[in-house]
Design a protein around this ligand. Structure first.
Ligand SMILES: Cc1cc2nc3c(=O)[nH]c(=O)nc-3n(C[C@H](O)[C@H](O)[C@H](O)COP(=O)(O)O)c2cc1C
Length: 138
């Protein structure tokens, strides 16, 4: 289900704008509801926590951030989509988005902690330190 569509302002469907789409249809559908379009980590978490969606799909953020889950995990900034390379042929826009620089982006710490996320190698997919840190903050 789309989390953003045409501008409903001033019309009879205005209540469906934003999260209103999920609030309206969730009680009417018992199946697995996947929310997409203009999702963010914060919005996705909010929809899941509220029971308004079961899964969250990311399109453009994944195009620009092949390491999107890692970025969400450490609270890193996201690359913006480079529109000139969207729908283009050749490798540009498919393999050249910069991967996460953990040391530059991670907001977890402290860095002097040898087990912190600053030291985690994403190639090893070792998220234990980041998960522990997130759990402590929650
Ligand atoms: C480059 C690009 C190509 C897309 N191609 C299709 C497509 O062929 N069919 C389709 O149903 N949706 C297509 N979409 C829409 C996505 O499937 C999806 O609905 C939307 O991008 C998800 O929202 P998000 O990008 O805000 O996460 C495309 C989106 C983008 C950015």
């Amino acid at each position: 289900m789309m989390g953003a569509t045409t501008d409903f302002t001033g019309g009879p469907l205005e209540h469906l704008a934003g999260d209103g789409m999920f609030q309206h249809f969730r009680p009417l559908y018992n199946g697995h509801l996947i929310a997409n379009v203009e999702m963010t980590q914060e919005r996705g978490n909010r929809l899941i926590r509220a029971g308004l969606a079961d899964s969250i799909a990311f399109g453009r953020p994944f195009i620009a951030n092949p390491d999107l889950p890692e970025r969400f995990l450490v609270g890193a900034t996201l690359n913006e989509v480079s529109w000139p390379t969207v729908y283009a042929s050749g490798p540009d826009g498919y393999i050249d988005y910069p991967a996460l620089n953990v040391k530059a982006n991670a907001r977890l710490g402290p860095p002097e902690n040898e087990h912190s996320a600053f030291d985690a190698s994403f190639n090893k997919r070792d998220y234990s330190a980041a998960e522990k840190n997130n759990a402590q903050k929650a």
